[in-house]
Design a protein around this ligand. Structure first.
Ligand SMILES: [Zn+2]
Length: 135
């Protein structure tokens, strides 16, 4: 199925134990009750990934540094890796983005960087998704 990019949601880590990672406008997360983590469910435009493209690189860098391995820092994500993805981005290579549905919202499980690039550059209005189990 195809979903408008403006309707897709992302799950962003905003707090781990007592450590605040980031302020994000969004909705409370379904998975956080009783957990040591707090996420916010937000639109792509409100993610640090999208703000990076708008020139607020510090917000994204800060998010990586504070979130650490929980947000993929030191694993697959870094500022240089994101710059490289932007530079070499190829729309032909995108596949279905894995999402799960919660309360009528489609939440990305992977692909926040790529969806941010597509939205920021108005490359597509809808993207193909594959529905997965909630996680
Ligand atoms: Zn959660």
């Amino acid at each position: 199925m195809e979903v408008p990019l403006s309707d897709l949601y992302c799950k962003i880590l905003v707090q781990h134990k007592s450590k605040m990672i980031l302020e994000v406008n969004g909705l409370d997360c379904y998975c956080c009750n009783g957990s040591d983590r707090r996420h916010v469910i937000c639109k792509i435009k409100d993610t640090p990934h999208y703000q990076f493209l708008e020139g607020n690189r510090d917000i994204y860098q800060n998010y990586l540094e504070k979130g650490g391995r929980l947000v993929g820092y030191g694993l697959e994500h870094s500022v240089p890796n994101y710059d490289k993805l932007i530079k070499t981005f190829d729309l032909e290579k995108i596949k279905r983005f894995p999402c799960h549905e919660d309360g009528g919202k489609y939440i990305l499980q992977d692909g926040v960087h790529r969806c941010s690039i597509i939205l920021f550059n108005s490359l597509l209005e809808t993207v193909p998704i594959s529905l997965k189990k909630r996680r």
